[in-house]
Structures are given as C-alpha cells and as structure tokens.
Design a protein around this ligand. Sequence first.
Ligand SMILES: O=C([C@H](O)CO)[C@H](O)[C@H](O)COP(=O)(O)O
Length: 185
Amino acid sequence: MGIRKYENIVLDELNTTLNRIDENAVEEAIRILKQANKVFVLGLGRTGLMGKSFAMRLMHMGKDAYVVGETITPNLEDGDVLIVGSGSGETKGLVQMAEKAKSYQGRVIALTATPNSTITRIADVSIVIQAPTKNKDESDFVSVQPMASLYEQSILLLCDSMILELMDMAEENNDEMFKRHSNLE
Ligand SMILES: O=C([C@H](O)CO)[C@H](O)[C@H](O)COP(=O)(O)O
C-alpha cells in the first residue's frame, strides 16, 4: 500500500471540505481584514501553527500582523482584528481572549469546526470548516484522518487562498512580498 493512496484520501477530503465553506463568511472576513489596523492571530497546538503561517503572509503583504502570546506583540485596540482558530470553539483560554478582544472594541474572526460554539457566539464572523474536532466522538463531521487534521489542513489552505484574494485586491505581487521577508536568516 503506497503513500499515493493516502495522499489522495487527504486531497479528496480537503476538496470536499473546502468546497463546503460558506463563501459569504469568507468575503466578510476579507472585508474586515482589509479594514484592520493591526491583525492578531491566536490558536493552540497545530491550529496555532497554521495561524502563525497566516500571520507571516499577512506581514509579507505589509499588514501589521502579530501572533498572540509572543514577547513583542502589542496591545489590541479599536480598529484591530483578532483571528482565533479553535476547532472545538470551546477552549477556555481562547474563548477568554476572544471576549477580551471584543471588550477592547476589536473585531473577531473565528475559524472553527463547531458551528454553534461559544467562539461563534462571540465572533463578528465565523468561518465554519465542516471537519472533525480533536475529539472526533463529539463532532458531527467525519474524516479518516486523526483528530483535527482535516480542520487544520483546511484552515491552512483557506488562509492561503484568502491571501491570494487579498493580493489581487491590493495589486500585491510576489516580488514586493519577498522584499518584506526576513533578511536575517
Ligand atoms: O492541537 C490541536 C489539535 O486539534 C490537534 O489535532 C488543537 O488545536 C488544540 O488542542 C486546541 O483545541 P481547539 O481549541 O479545539 O482547536
């Protein structure tokens, strides 16, 4: 049994899941991101890793983008946006941060796999990924992959697709983005 079989299973799952994402929610998130002063990205575990990769591309686009919890991350204020990724939508620390962001007049975009969760009730816009959460038994969605892999892969590809749309809107290109990439490496 070769790896190609498993790659195709993953790609098929991704194709189905990405096509089920509500485009209107994504367009609303893009509209909020375009207007944002600072953008903060928050998530734990593998979701946090996907969030970091989105923050990096936003930085390459010239956005003031930060990862919550890092030493040099500044304060969130009116006009800023928090993007919170939580498959379950219930992780306490993430819920608290989303509430805090709202209390400072920030806008909140949720990337979640749980349609009616605490995070979706707090967020200004929720992008729901129809994939299992880390506790697959509690989820309405199925995947052959372990835990929340399909959700995590989906947010990576969704965020990269959002970057392409933002690049088109801002007439941004690869060369300009590369100039903003770290030169201390
Ligand atoms: O690391 C995580 C992952 O689901 C493992 O597949 C989670 O993102 C992390 O444990 C936080 O949970 P959620 O808030 O449900 O994303």
